[in-house]
Design a protein around this ligand. Sequence first.
Ligand SMILES: [Zn+2]
Length: 114
Amino acid sequence: MPEERKCSFCGKPFMPNKYRPNQKICSSVECQYKRQLGNMAVWRKKNPNYFRYKEENDVSWKETCRHRSLEWRKKHKEYLKLYREAHRLRHRNYMRDYMREYRKRKKLEKSDEA
Ligand SMILES: [Zn+2]
């Protein structure tokens, strides 16, 4: 039985995936994106010579690297797009509610005058 956990990025409770019982991060776009960035940084720190070593020993590795970074950049862009869209939607909802309240207030003010 999986237990509910708190996401280590946003702090919201979530249910871990049954195939990944050690999951610490919820499945929201923002948190998955942050996780990916974090993973890259940790991995690079642990393997500082990995790219250099491979490059010297494997000619095709350069190609693989280039391809991989292109793939990553493409993914990165998609994440950013999703992130911005999610943000925009939140902002739009916020503004809509704000304007609704504003109009309501204006109406009340007017009826007070009358
Ligand atoms: Zn989260």
